[in-house]
Design a protein around this ligand. Structure first.
Ligand SMILES: Cc1cc2nc3c(=O)[nH]c(=O)nc-3n(C[C@H](O)[C@H](O)[C@H](O)COP(=O)(O)O)c2cc1C
Length: 173
């Protein structure tokens, strides 16, 4: 019988939600370094374009712990052991589309590496918020990036990956 180790993917999964592109840019930087599989998630119902409406909707969703439906195509985490998960910091926490993905998938035993983009406003604690949603996962300290990280992005990703000894983690098994 094939062992469980053999069916796990040797690469990490890098999954991100982004409203205006910054978080996807961080995800692409992580992919370049780790050579992982990258995937973007999208809510079924796009968010409003106008900021006041967007903010009102996001505040409501965050307050009520709403999990928006996602467009099909979001990957299953089953075959990965190491998963990078990113979204913007929205109202001091994870953006609801990423909450939906974390909520609906079984992430027990996975190593979760959060990353997020922010504007220097209300601070977030992605490690705590993700650990609450995925109590059986090993959730590490996040990579926090202002906007899209500009010219320093690569350096910040490298430092974070080094600090967390991510490259030494066995991706599979
Ligand atoms: C609805 C909304 C709420 C936000 N809340 C915060 C916040 O609480 N703290 C913060 O630092 N930035 C906040 N931001 C700024 C975004 O995190 C920032 O613009 C980020 O770079 C956007 O990433 P994206 O391009 O991947 O969507 C908020 C932005 C929006 C649209």
């Amino acid at each position: 019988m094939a062992s469980k180790q053999r069916i796990l993917n040797p690469q990490p999964l890098i999954l991100s939600y982004s409203y205006s592109g910054n978080t996807h840019r961080i995800a692409k930087g992580i992919q370049e370094l780790t050579k992982g599989d990258r995937c973007e998630i999208y809510p079924w119902q796009p968010y409003p374009m106008a900021f006041p409406e967007l903010l009102r909707q996001v505040k409501e969703e965050v307050e009520h712990g709403y999990h928006p439906a996602l467009l099909p195509g979001a990957p299953s985490p089953a075959s990965y052991r190491v998963i990078f998960v990113g979204s913007p910091n929205w109202c001091g926490t994870i953006a609801p589309p990423l909450v939906s993905w974390l909520y609906k998938n079984d992430l027990s035993g996975k190593l979760l590496l959060p990353f997020y983009s922010h504007c220097g406003g209300v601070k977030a604690d992605f490690r705590k918020d993700i650990a609450k949603l995925c109590p059986k996962a090993d959730v590490r300290e996040p990579l926090e990036v202002i906007a899209d990280g500009g010219g320093q992005l690569k350096e910040w990703i490298e430092k974070w990956i080094q600090e967390n000894e991510i490259m030494k983690q066995k991706y599979a098994g």
